[in-house]
Ligand binder design. Structure first.
Ligand code: GDP
Ligand code: MG
Length: 792
């Protein structure tokens, strides 16, 4: 394949950004360099590819395009990087050439060398990996969370005959180029764990794009089976695929599969076992043939780096920094680098293009070439036709209806979670209360009894009450993700979220945050980009969760006679404002953007399966109980002990807490909170509220009325607060103090459960940051408010 510049007619190019809806154009090139360009190329924006502008998001940005049968959303600023020309222009100097495959001898391996036989599932996002994983392993899966990177991977087991095989579900990825955390994770996983076989899942309805990843996997020299998933849709579409021939052309076994109902699963597993068994005797491995020039380079360089696979050697020629780092420590590293540079320059000269485009073009050429010979599209189908469910999509992303529909769906999810969840929550609370009482009666008075009843049982209760909400919420989230709606929600609100430097997908966790921060933080898993995920995690606690509401209600009712609703709403709005400012600051400073994150695929709508949703729900529930319960429990016991000790005979409950360590701490921090208008009682409430914000009210109850079970409705507490006076006779509370206190409760230290979630999702470092940041912001905001309001 060579470029003959002289034959190309001069051609008018434009930017994709300016194309009207409905237009179909051809890609000429992607401008710029770096990660973002590579991502676009890999998503199919290669020379000659046809792109159709489908629609604008309701807020006009981003825009949905169709390329290679997939729907992809790009922001205007991103589309401006793609140079296009007329859809019917005949300029394409790139041919779809299938050059064949080259064979590499692979030495015999013993799959049991490390005592486990391991198969990894790799494929694009939404191709059905998790569905297959769940089919094969049932609910036996274990959720893994590896070394600092919070990208999900799951491990499970299955048996075939006498073999017991480990199956690993890796995150979805379009490529292995190591630009996103997912790609990095998958690539590193393969390199470090040497799986015995790769099970490459592809969406049979979108082979062109899905097989691109396959071409990279082929170069890993690991036995591989390709599962043609979504075979049911393929059959319905009327397209014909010559599986046997395509298998031969790619040099890998291909098995049709319908993962969500289990059809074909047995064959896929059998084929996988077969390739592993063959590898025990040594086999030939098949790689993409890149043509003489590049093949010669690969051969020469591979000979100098016998420990590196073909994929890495090719990446070294491509000047990929991650691959070059792998040369580190190799004696001839400098020689290899110099040689690779020479090769790169020669190849670029020869193809008259840059190396990244050349390799991407060749890979796509290989795939398209192979498909031309094997895939016969249904002749009755119109070219450029959209995926099924597109008319539904028109409604869901309609200019005027999209936002109302989104809000209604979110409201339904929210209502279901927090209203339905309230019933089991109450049962759990009653059950725990009853159990505590029972134990209390059965045990003699004393510290041990108080520890068990108030510390342990109370602490366990504090953990368990969240469980129903978490389960229900994740059931719904799983449905939204599976059906494909989640991506649309992100598409709809992306423009708003973009303003604060985030992806549209952050919207969902924020919304959940108004109910409870713990599931909200867990829900950030749906964000693919780690940077976005951390910014979202750190700002979610500013969404005022339902646990803070009792304190607001008490204070508003006691100190504001008019406009109570507005006062309450202003608190919520201030929370959102602080979150937005924080997100902007973080994404401009310590968590700066990288540009790969905004391209998003909009998967076709699919019927979600209850099975997947239930499995997802359980795995989240288990995660919550296993990883967070211990921390929350320990913290509850500590808070209990601080309020319980030291003991003195004959004290009232009021005196007890006043004289306890907690009370002493409250008095000690009085000078710190005095500039905010707080007294030591409020200081103590804030300290105990660290365990859970509901406790703020009950602590106030104990301190002001001596009743532990005070609620926001109890008139006695309200009156006590209204009439409480300082030693000098002034009222402790007035509207300014009350508002300052509400601001503090809104913004300070997220509760211990939320911190446990932050630690799990983002790491200890960010948890510590969050403790200081939120408390600092709370102090500052209350301080400024109080001082300014006092001056007025
Ligand atoms: P993953 O992102 O690769 O893990 O993909 P999932 O397993 O989450 O599946 C994505 C969507 O495709 C879900 O809505 C599944 O129900 C659906 N799905 C999975 N396998 C099949 C299949 O064989 N046929 C059809 N029609 N849908 C499927
Ligand atoms: Mg998955």
């Amino acid at each position: 394949m060579t470029t003959d510049q002289d034959n190309i007619k001069p051609m008018a190019t434009r930017l994709l950004d300016n194309e009207p809806v409905g237009q179909t154009v051809q890609v000429v090139r992607v401008i710029g360099d770096g990660a973002f360009r590579q991502r676009l190329l890999e998503m199919g924006f290669v020379r000659g590819a046809k792109v159709t502008v489908l629609k604008n998001a309701p807020l006009l940005d981003p825009v949905e395009y169709m390329i290679m049968g997939a729907h992809i959303s790009l922001r205007h600023s991103e589309a401006a990087q793609v140079e296009v020309t007329d859809g019917d222009a005949d300029f394409c100097d790139v041919e779809d050439v299938y050059n064949g495959i080259v064979e590499t001898e692979v030495a015999a391996v013993d799959p049991m060398a490390d005592n486990v036989m391991r198969v990894v599932l790799i494929g694009n996002p939404n191709c059905g990996k998790t569905s297959l994983f769940n089919q094969v392993t049932g609910a036996k899966e274990k959720v893994g969370n590896y070394g600092g990177v919070t990208v999900d991977s799951k491990e499970g087991w299955f048996s075939m005959g006498e073999r017991k095989i480990q199956l690993v579900d890796l995150p979805g990825t379009y490529s292995l180029t190591e630009y996103s955390p997912e790609e990095m994770y998958v690539r590193t996983y393969i390199r470090d764990n040497h799986p015995d076989a790769i099970l490459n899942i592809v969406d049979a309805g979108n082979l062109e794009r899905n097989l691109y990843l396959t071409t990279q996997l082929m170069d890993m020299n690991i036995p591989m089976v390709i599962a043609l998933n979504m075979w049911d849709e393929m059959e319905k579409s009327g397209d014909q695929l010559d599986i046997e021939m395509l298998s031969r052309l790619l040099g890998a076994r291909m098995i049709p599969l319908t993962a969500y109902n289990g059809r074909g699963v047995k064959d896929v597993l059998q084929a996988t076992l077969d390739v592993i068994e063959e590898s025990e005797h040594g086999t030939k491995h098949h790689n993409v043939n890149y043509g003489t020039l590049i093949e010669d380079c690969l051969k020469e360089l591979s000979a100098l780096c016998p420990t590196l696979d073909r994929y890495t050697v090719l990446k070294i020629i491509e000047n990929d920094q991650h691959a070059i780092e792998l040369l580190h420590g190799q004696e001839n590293a400098e020689q290899v680098k110099a040689l690779a540079t020479g090769m790169r320059e020669r190849i670029e000269r020869d193809y008259n293009n840059d190396i990244v485009s050349i390799i991407t073009d060749l890979k796509y050429g290989f795939v398209r070439g192979a498909l031309t010979e094997t895939l016969t599209p249904n002749p009755e189908r119109v070219v450029g036709e959209t995926k099924p469910g597109y008319s539904l999509d028109r409604l869901m992303t309609n200019r005027w209806l999209a936002l109302p529909i989104l809000l209604i769906l979110m409201w339904l999810m929210f209502e279901a979670t927090f209203t339905l969840g309230a019933y089991p929550q109450e049962w759990i609370e009653n059950g725990i209360g009853w159990f505590g009482e029972w134990i209390g009666k059965a045990m003699p008075d004393g510290i041990l009894r108080d520890l068990i009843v108030d510390g342990v049982i109370g602490g366990v209760g504090g953990v368990l009450v969240f469980l129903p909400q978490i389960l229900i919420l994740f059931f719904f989230i799983s449905l939204l993700e599976d059906s494909g709606y989640m991506a649309r929600a992100a598409f709809i609100v992306d423009r708003i979220m973009h303003r604060v430097g985030l992806h549209g997908k952050s919207f969902i966790p924020y919304l959940i945050g108004f109910g409870c921060g713990v599931p909200a933080i867990m829900a950030t898993r749906t964000l693919e980009n780690r940077r976005d995920r951390i910014v979202t995690i750190l700002t979610v606690p500013f969404m005022s969760c339902s646990a803070r509401l009792p304190a607001y209600l008490l204070l508003v009712a006691a100190f504001f006679t008019a406009k109570q609703g507005l006062i309450l709403m202003s608190i919520y709005l201030i929370g959102i404002l602080v979150a937005a400012i924080t997100a902007i600051i973080l994404s401009k400073t310590i968590l700066k953007h990288d540009k790969t994150q905004f391209v998003m695929e909009l998967p076709p709508y699919r019927k979600p399966t209850a099975r997947n949703a239930v499995i997802h729900m359980w795995s989240k529930g288990k995660q919550y109980l296993q990883k967070m319960a211990t921390i929350i429990l320990a913290a509850s016991i500590i808070v209990w002990a601080l309020g319980y000790f030291p003991r003195h005979e004959g004290q009232t409950a009021q005196e007890q807490i006043e004289n306890s360590f907690m009370g002493q701490m409250g008095k000690a921090i009085e000078p710190v909170v005095a500039p905010l208008g707080f007294n030591w009682q409020m200081g103590v409430s804030v300290l105990t509220g660290a365990a859970a914000k509901e406790i703020v009210v009950s602590t106030m109850g104990v301190l002001y009325t001596g009743e532990a079970d005070a609620t926001e409705e109890s008139t006695s507490l309200k009156e006590k607060l209204q009439t409480a006076t300082k030693p000098n006779g002034e009222h402790v509370f007035d509207p300014v103090v009350a508002y300052s206190f509400m601001l503090f409760i809104l913004l300070y230290f997220p509760c211990i459960a939320a911190l446990a979630a932050i630690r799990r999702e983002a790491g200890t470092k960010w948890m510590i940051f969050e403790i200081f940041y939120t408390t600092g912001v709370a102090w500052l905001v209350s301080f400024v408010f109080y001082q300014v309001a006092r001056m007025l």
